[in-house]
Design a binder for this molecule. Structure first.
Ligand SMILES: [Zn+2]
Ligand SMILES: [Zn+2]
Length: 223
């Protein structure tokens, strides 16, 4: 458990325990794809970083896991700060594609939804003071965006997650969780989908570039 010393026999039990005992729900659970990765990542933050999931880097330094857990329980911080920039950190555990209006991978069309094509390159990211404007009008600062683009979380098999996820969602609903509702949450999902789509596209472009350069590289090696 992230918040007490209880040890669960499985990921499923752990998630159950945290929602029932601590009222902890993984944010945007509808779009979560890698539960295991997400929980492991959170575990590292608490267990190794001694970091409160709500206060984040702003929290005072805790010297022990017990201290940070006590803080989270006492202050009601058994929740993740999951808005705007702070949510980016977790974006790779999610797949927001199903929230797109067109429900697919097709590149977004300029014009129809009024969304503009935004190209974020390494160069733009290098520009100090660069800010990305999200569909909601919120901005993401250069530092957070850079961190997100550089983040390369290990790909875990989603097998474990795919069996745990449906049970988790059922459990959440049984506890009164309603999923992504309300304007704030919907706006956030839209924003997250937007940045995620950009990152995916950039990855694809980098992949293409790498392929293009390969023959030249081989030639040079041969000479
Ligand atoms: Zn617990
Ligand atoms: Zn806190």
């Amino acid at each position: 458990c992230l918040f007490c010393s209880s040890i669960s026999s499985s990921l499923e039990n752990n998630i159950n325990h945290m929602s029932v005992k601590h009222g902890f729900f993984l944010p945007d659970a509808d779009y979560l794809v890698d539960v295991e990765g997400m929980v492991t990542y959170l575990g590292e933050k608490v267990g190794e970083g001694h970091m409160c999931l709500w206060c984040g880097e702003k929290s005072k330094m805790f010297h022990t896991v017990q201290a940070v857990q006590k803080h989270m329980v006492d202050k009601g911080h058994c929740k993740i700060l999951f808005e705007k920039e702070s949510a980016l950190e977790f974006a790779d555990f999610y797949d927001y594609r199903s929230s797109y209006p067109d429900q697919g991978d097709t590149p977004m069309e300029t014009g129809e939804g009024g969304e503009e094509e935004v190209e974020v390159t390494e160069n733009t990211l290098d520009t100090e003071g660069y800010e990305l404007v999200l569909p909601s009008g919120a901005t993401i600062g250069h530092r957070s965006l850079w961190k997100y683009y550089k983040q390369n979380l290990p790909q875990r098999s989603s097998e474990g997650s795919s069996t745990v996820l449906p049970k988790m969602l059922a459990q959440y609903r049984a506890l009164g969780w309603t999923g992504v509702t309300g304007e704030v949450a919907k706006t956030r999902v839209k924003d997250m989908a937007f940045v995620q789509r950009m990152k995916n596209r950039q990855r694809m472009q980098l992949g293409l570039k790498a392929n293009k350069f390969q023959p030249h590289f081989r030639c040079q090696v041969m000479f």
